[in-house]
Design a protein around this ligand. Sequence first.
Ligand code: SF4
Ligand code: SF4
Length: 66
Amino acid sequence: MKPRLHVLWNETYCKRCLLCVEVCPVQVLSLERNEITEKEGCIRCYQCERYCPDIAIEVMDEKGKE
Ligand code: SF4
Ligand code: SF4
């Protein structure tokens, strides 16, 4: 799992469906050079984790843990 600012992303499980990018209410996720990237502004709503069909993205808590 590759750490981002608030989420962990699994490049092997991810099939680049972009559902997480679409459901994020603050639009901090994007696909850059074939990797899901995250910019500042995540509100930890867990929508990306909930909607990912491949368990490829997990939101970390305030301490940086899953
Ligand atoms: S937890 Fe919510 S705000 Fe943060 S990246 Fe996922 S969908 Fe976006
Ligand atoms: S929803 Fe899951 S599988 Fe789809 S792009 Fe996001 S992390 Fe990858």
